[in-house]
Design a protein around this ligand. Structure first.
Ligand code: AOF
Ligand code: ZN
Length: 367
């Protein structure tokens, strides 16, 4: 293996390590680190949980004195700020490593090139950009939050082969099979918020919790302009166990707001007068709270509004081999939609899988 292949190989390993932090580190990025002498790995680590040691520190601890003169592979630029832990750039300098290979720059304002600059100033050879696309894909939600102040929006739906999320009479349980629903629960267990529209909350009376629980407990959000969620709903009745936010509009009657607040829900008023404006206002607020991933579970109206506002970043779709027909049966994404096929949202990184009787497709929205 020549040096370039060796570099790619070790960075691949660092990316795999980083991915193990998913659901545990947010709103921090996932970061993995490998320390090597030639082909031999002498230390590795990853950022395991929010507030915990950074990947480089873990890997340096294992490598010990052998880190001197070694090459460090890290999926994100080493930090140079005093956060919850001392700067990694300093730890690397003190370990007198010879070379640091970085997949991508950290746009976090307190780092943003400073980590690389500090290492170079200390005479460490730095290479930036190896497997950068993969690193960016892995941390796309973190990058979006740091860059735009808004969370990464994941749309999820289950539909029949003829593209319906309910029959003409509104019956929707169940479309997908048991194994598909387990995947949804795993998704719920790693995101920061789970969002539905008012109609879905009313019709399905969902709990929106992960069963079994995952690494994090999501904030449950109902987009409910008139604050019409019933205090008797399963969401409101469990608000003391896991939080519920009702995203209302200014026109929501005061009595309803108070009733929901008394039931333990947080009522958040989205100020704008138009639906699209209110949604963006809500996403900004979720971003301010450092929520990184938001899972939107429908219904068609909410997903349509998000689609029209170009706010969907990723889709997870379960297609059941069933037909229900009916011109009035709901389809997954409503809203205005687009007129010309050439304007369709193009999906990238499409992954397909068979799950029990269903087909599971997930993909990113191209930008
Ligand atoms: C690294 N290695 O493994 C990670 C980094 O809250 P703190 O102190 O953990 O700092 C969070 C910031 O540190 C985060 O926003 C990102 O810029 C960087 N994360 N940096 O060198 C790591 N997790
Ligand atoms: Zn660090």
């Amino acid at each position: 293996m020549d040096q370039r292949d060796l570099d790619l190989w070790h960075m691949q390993r660092a990316l795999e390590l980083a991915a193990q932090g998913q659901g545990l580190v947010e709103p921090n990025p996932m970061v993995g680190c490998v320390i090597a002498r030639g082909a031999e790995i002498i230390g590795e680590g990853w950022h395991r949980r929010f507030g915990g040691p950074h990947a480089e520190v873990e890997a340096l601890r294992i490598a010990g004195d052998r880190a001197a003169g070694a090459t460090v592979y890290v999926t994100l630029e080493p930090c140079c700020h005093h956060g919850k832990t001392p700067p990694c750039s300093r730890a690397l300098r003190e370990a007198v490593v010879a070379r640091v290979v970085v997949a991508q720059r950290d746009p976090f304002p307190q780092v943003d090139g400073g980590g690389v600059a500090e290492l170079q100033a200390a005479g460490v050879e730095v290479e930036l950009g190896l497997r950068e696309d993969e690193a960016r894909r892995l941390n796309a939600p973190y990058l979006k939050l740091v860059g735009s102040g808004r969370p990464w929006v994941i749309a999820k739906w289950a539909m029949t082969l003829d593209g319906r999320i309910a029959t003409r009479a509104g019956s929707s349980q169940w479309i997908s099979g048991e194994q598909s629903r387990q995947i949804v629960h795993a998704l719920r267990g790693r995101v920061d918020a789970i969002m539905v529209g008012r109609e879905t909350a009313l019709r399905d009376d969902p709990l929106l919790t992960a069963r079994p629980p995952g690494p994090r407990t999501a904030l449950r959000v109902v987009v409910d302009t008139r604050a019409s969620l019933s205090p008797q709903s399963r969401l409101a009745r469990t608000a003391d166990q896991s939080p519920v936010l009702v995203a209302a509009g200014r026109e929501a009657p005061e009595a309803r707001r108070q009733r929901l607040a008394a039931a333990g829900c947080e009522v958040f008023v989205c100020q704008p007068d138009d639906h699209a404006g209110r949604l963006e206002y809500l996403l900004d607020e979720l971003g301010r709270r450092r929520l990184t991933n938001v899972l939107v579970e429908g219904g068609g109206r909410l997903l349509g509004s998000l689609f029209d506002a170009r706010q969907i970043d990723e889709v997870h779709v379960f297609i059941a081999p069933k037909l229900v027909g009916g011109a009035s049966a709901t389809s997954p994404v409503g809203g205005e939609g687009i007129a010309q096929m050439a304007e369709a949202l193009a999906l990238q990184n499409v992954e397909l899988q068979r799950v029990g009787p269903d087909v599971y497709l997930h993909a990113r929205v191209g930008r």
